[in-house]
Every structure is written in structure tokens, then in C-alpha cells.
Design a protein around this ligand. Sequence first.
Ligand SMILES: C[S@@+](CC[C@H](N)C(=O)[O-])C[C@H]1O[C@@H](n2cnc3c(N)ncnc32)[C@H](O)[C@@H]1O
Length: 406
Amino acid sequence: MFSFMAEQYEAYPYPYRNPEEETIGKTRTHLNDFPEIAHYRSGGLMTFDKDYRVLVAGGGTGDATVHLAQEMARYCPDAELVHLDLSSSSINVAKKRLEKIGLGGRVTFIQDSLLNLPQGKYGEFDHIDCSGVLHHQKDPLAGAKALRSVLKPNGMMSIMLYGLYGRLAVYEIQKIMKEIYKEGDSLDDLIRCVRQWIHAAPATHPFKQALMDVVEKDDNEIVDMFLHVQDRAYTVPDLYDLWDRSDLELVTLRPEIDYNVCARLPEGMLRDRILEMPLAKQQAYGEQLYSAHAIHLMYVRRKGETATPAPRPQDHDMIPYILPFGLEFRQQVISIGLVNLQPYNTQLDATHMAILSRIDNETPIKDILKSTAQALGKDKALIEEAWLTVYEEFRMRGFMVLHKFP
Ligand SMILES: C[S@@+](CC[C@H](N)C(=O)[O-])C[C@H]1O[C@@H](n2cnc3c(N)ncnc32)[C@H](O)[C@@H]1O
């Protein structure tokens, strides 16, 4: 096994990516679409100028960097994007992917530790992506504080950290592999052992399907998940504690529906009692009830900043934006005819479908509602009500945001 993390990512860059296969639009990452960043950072106003600076901390083989470079080419072509990682082999893969799509010149690559950010060598940033990195630090709090030290006022961070409840089986396997390991064993031997263990698990194993999905991927995935030198996972209270101690705070956990305990409970005493509790406690219960978060996705900002209010669907100058991960869901709702959305039992009808089919990520709400009303010959108030339902259902699932250009 590896003794140091840097050694691991040098040998097994993560995630495994073939630069030859990169094409424009192929790679999408969570929380890095500019309309979504604008929704949560600036009330939906798309104000990304040439001074805007973005850091991908622990960028690995470049998924977020590839995505962000394309967003920046579109919304702020003169702004700066920095990809920082400890691993030179990961950086090389990221570089080649960006070159393949003609965006190589847009990114500054730095081989260094994010723990050195407070030294000030690389300046400050408006947006920081740090996905799957802090939980691999010996001291994740030091990592979080290092990121905080270079986050500009009103800046935001896109963060992914492991979730405990969805990774219990992963930690069991990590422990078993450490127990069977003998000095001199090769990584190839251990990778084979992991595969054998998972294949041998019966179908009744509670995580069989999730484990099988991983085991069929590449060796880099097996190493990162089951043979990692160093990782830990978080519950919702752990997240609140981490951010609090690093002088940061949560903007939102995504998708909100997966942390919304009350959405899953019927009306009555249990629900009422939980509703009286602070949001953090409700989300902690939400996580326990949902019970399968293997990752937590979230936006984070500096503590104590006055938050810009989220854009409102009643502001008809806003443009609804369906995020890439929501396009398939929209397609299912429209063409397969999903009409009863859980867990709210929301009934969708032809009016909802007509609104949804008019959202093209460019047309403002007012034009969508007007053309729907004309096409269906329906009253404006009914169309407005249907729009609010569509928006809430998609927003809660992390599939829709609102934005506009200044
Ligand atoms: C699990 S990978 C995630 C890569 C990428 N963020 C993604 O989501 O695809 C973790 C990456 O963080 C890098 N890393 C870990 N600790 C770091 C540190 N202290 N400073 C910079 N990079 C680090 C590793 O080299 C590795 O490339």
C-alpha cells in the first residue's frame, strides 16, 4: 500500500480519464455552472468580469477545470482559472484534456499543496472548487482554513465531501484490506482482492449494487475508494462543525430535497416537532432518514456575510436554467409522462408540461408564461401557479436555477 497520498495520486491519477476522448460539452461537474453560481452568490445576476478568479483546488485529472474553462470561455473570457494539485501526473492529464478541446491556454496549472495557499503566492479567488479533496487531508480543518484564507469577500466555494451513511461498506472493505495486507504485496494483488470480495458478496448485501457499480470501473477507482491511504466521511453535524471552525458557513446542501426530512413525513406530531427545530437539525434528520448519502455537495461562503437573497420565481425577468444534470429528468417528465413526483406527491398535468417544454435556458419567465397562456388559452393566474410548482419541484432536486444578465 502507499505510505503517502501524493505517491498514490502520482501512480493512480484520479479520476481515470483519456484526454483523447475529451470533447466540448462532454464533461460536466456539479455546482460549477455559472447560472447556478450566480443564483446562489448574487441573486441570479450574471456579473462575472475580467477580474473574476477561479481556483480548482485538488483539481486531479481536470473534470471541474474542463467544465469551468468552458463556462468561463462563454461568460467571462478574460477571467483567470487556476488548477492546483499535488500530483504532476494528474496535472498532465488535465492539461492534455484542455488542449484537446482548444482551451489549454486559458488555465494556469500549479503543482503545489492547497495547504500553502495562505502564503499568498497565488492571490485570492472569487470561486473555489474543491471536490473530493478535504476529506483526504490529514487535517481537513487546516485544509478548509487554507481555502478560506484565499476566498474573496462575497466569494463562494463548491465543495464535495464524503457522506458517512452511504460509505459504511466502503470503510468495512478498507479495514479488511488493511488487515489482510502483508509487506511486499503489490497494489495489483490488492486490487484483485477487492474485486474478489465484492463479487463474492451476495445480492442481499445492502450495498451490493453500489459496490458492483464501482468494481466494474477502472483500477484508479478501486484504489481511490477501497485502498486509499487517508480518508474520512462526514455527517451533516460534522459539516456544520467543520465550516464553523474554519470561519465559513453553508449556503446550501444540494439537492435540498435529499436533506428535507419533512418532505418525506406525513403531517402530524412527528413532522410538527421536527419543523420546530433549527434547519441544521432538520437536515441532520433528513440525512438519517434518507440514509444513503455517499457524498455531500454544497456551496459554502465566508461566515457572517450578508447573503444576497435568492432570486424569486415571481420575478418574471429571470431566466429559468435547467442544469445539465436536470435535462434527463425534464425529458422523463415530458416524454415518458412522469406525472406524480415523489416525495411530495405533486401531480403534474398538461400545463406543467407545456411550461417545461418552453424552458430553453435563454427565454425569461415572462415570455414562457405568455406563450404558454396563448397556446393553452388559459388564465394567467393558473399558468403562474403551475410555473411555481414546476420551479419548486425542479429547484428542490437541484435541477433548476434562475439567472439574468445585468
Ligand atoms: C479524489 S481526487 C479528486 C480530484 C478532483 N477534484 C475530482 O473531483 O475529480 C483528490 C485530488 O486531490 C489532490 N490533493 C490531495 N491533497 C492535496 C493537497 N493538499 N493539495 C493539493 N492537491 C491535493 C490529489 O493529488 C488528487 O488529485
